[in-house]
Ligand binder design. Structure first.
Ligand code: SAH
Length: 392
């Protein structure tokens, strides 16, 4: 097995079982490992640290598969995938849609798999994952419940690994390209080919239920609504009225279809830029009892945090202005570069500048099929708050 030898002192994070090796930590590469190949990682003093996937084009030059000197082969993937899927089965029972593999946090760096009914959507985000595509697809099929595997390896992070986007059926029937899932009694159509991420934002499952429980009799505004995850749960929860806003016409077409599928009252869907629309609502003094803000990732890494902070501040400030006394703000950040602590500070600053007094009544995170390995805090990307504005 080829070797990466680290610079003195750079073994610390691997010893804490953090799975990433940054290119600046490597003193030398022994042998000629191919992209994605398994290498041994050794300390400067000759101590074995990990077996890892080599990714020469990426700043994360290696991702650890394991801490023992062992073979990374079919049996390895079969065992890790069975373990991840088995844990979901214990946790989620017979739920129709769930995340089966959550990458680094399941000991499978760069590998994401989401199940939608009997279709599993696979996303490979690293050179190591890419190299094992066929093995991973077979192992997924062999764990029960999945009849076909669709690949949606088109996340931007692939560029950092020097990988091209891939969207294609990988195992089983290519058709249909749309599947319908049911989540706590609400059905959603999933577009396997063009839907965002792997087709749906499974991480928000529990938070959609929280919203449903709070929606009765309220006027609800769902900003960045995509296929209507929050908006339709508000409708299902008995909201007085629901407005959903997204910039994408395709997303709103899915959302409209989903309302029909559930025979729910059709929300008012508005296509546009949330930043502009919130200003329009403020200027026309339109108000709501419950506002959801679930924007896209403004800060993929800490380097973007400052710019992202301004964007979060802006939308949260405007949302506070639209809320009636006693109203609720359900606000999220899925930016890896913004910590929960920083996010709360930004939201506090927004309330202050909006002249609103508010309390945090709940803290939110991704659902439990998106675990965070304790040695991999980067896995904790989604954070949210429910804030209540002072008043009756
Ligand atoms: N809340 C959704 C997921 C939101 S993902 C759910 O639970 O399913 C973020 C969404 O924001 C995407 O659908 C994207 O199309 C939309 N978006 C991105 N920038 C936007 C902007 N400036 N204004 C409105 N929508 C935007």
């Amino acid at each position: 097995m080829d070797k990466l030898v680290l610079k003195p002192g750079r073994e610390k994070s691997l010893k804490r079982r953090h799975p990433w090796v940054f290119s600046g930590a490597v003193a030398k590469v022994q042998g000629k490992p191919e992209t994605g190949a398994t290498v041994g990682v050794w300390s400067a003093s000759g101590e074995f640290l990990a077996v890892a996937a080599y990714s020469p084009q990426s700043q994360i030059v290696a991702r650890a598969w394991d801490w023992e000197e062992r073979a990374v082969d079919e049996a390895f993937f079969r065992q890790r995938i069975e373990q991840a899927v088995g844990q979901r089965r214990a946790l989620m029972g017979a739920a129709g849609a769930m995340r089966l593999i959550h990458a680094e946090s399941d000991g499978l760096p760069g590998i994401v798999a989401d199940r939608y009914g009997d279709t599993t959507v696979l996303q490979l985000n690293s050179a190591g994952a890419e190299r094992w595509r066929e093995t991973i697809a077979d192992a997924l099929l062999a764990t029960d419940g999945t009849k076909r595997v669709w690949e949606r390896s088109d996340a931007e992070v692939r560029q950092l690994e020097g990988l091209r986007p891939v969207t294609a059926p990988l195992r089983g029937a290519a058709e249909p390209k749309r599947v319908v899932i049911e989540e706590e009694g609400v059905r959603f159509g999933i577009d396997l080919e063009q839907g965002h991420k792997t087709g749906f934002y499974l991480d928000q499952r529990d938070n959609r239920q929280q919203l449903r429980a709070l929606a009765a009799g309220r006027d609800v505004l769902d900003c960045f609504c995509y296929s209507g995850g929050f908006a339709l749960n508000a409708a299902a929860g008995g909201a007085s009225s629901v407005v959903g806003v997204d910039s994408s016409a395709e997303a709103l077409a899915l959302a409209r279809g989903n309302a029909e599928l559930n025979q729910l009252p059709q929300p008012e869907w508005l296509q546009g830029d949330v930043f502009e629309l919130l200003r329009k609502f403020r200027d026309s003094r339109r108000s709501f009892d419950l506002v959801v803000l679930d924007p896209p990732k403004f800060a993929p890494t800490a380097a973007h945090a400052e710019k992202a902070a301004r964007a979060y501040k802006d939308i949260n400030l405007l949302a506070f202005k639209l809320l009636r006394p006693g109203g609720l703000l359900m606000t999220f950040s899925c930016s890896g570069g913004v910590t929960a602590d920083l996010f709360q500070k930004i939201v506090a600053g927004s309330a202050l500048d909006a002249g609103t007094e508010a309390q945090v009544v709940a803290r939110l995170s991704a659902a439990s099929d998106h675990p965070v390995a304790l040695n991999f805090p980067e896995g904790e990307y989604l954070k949210g708050l429910i804030c209540r504005v002072a008043g009756q």
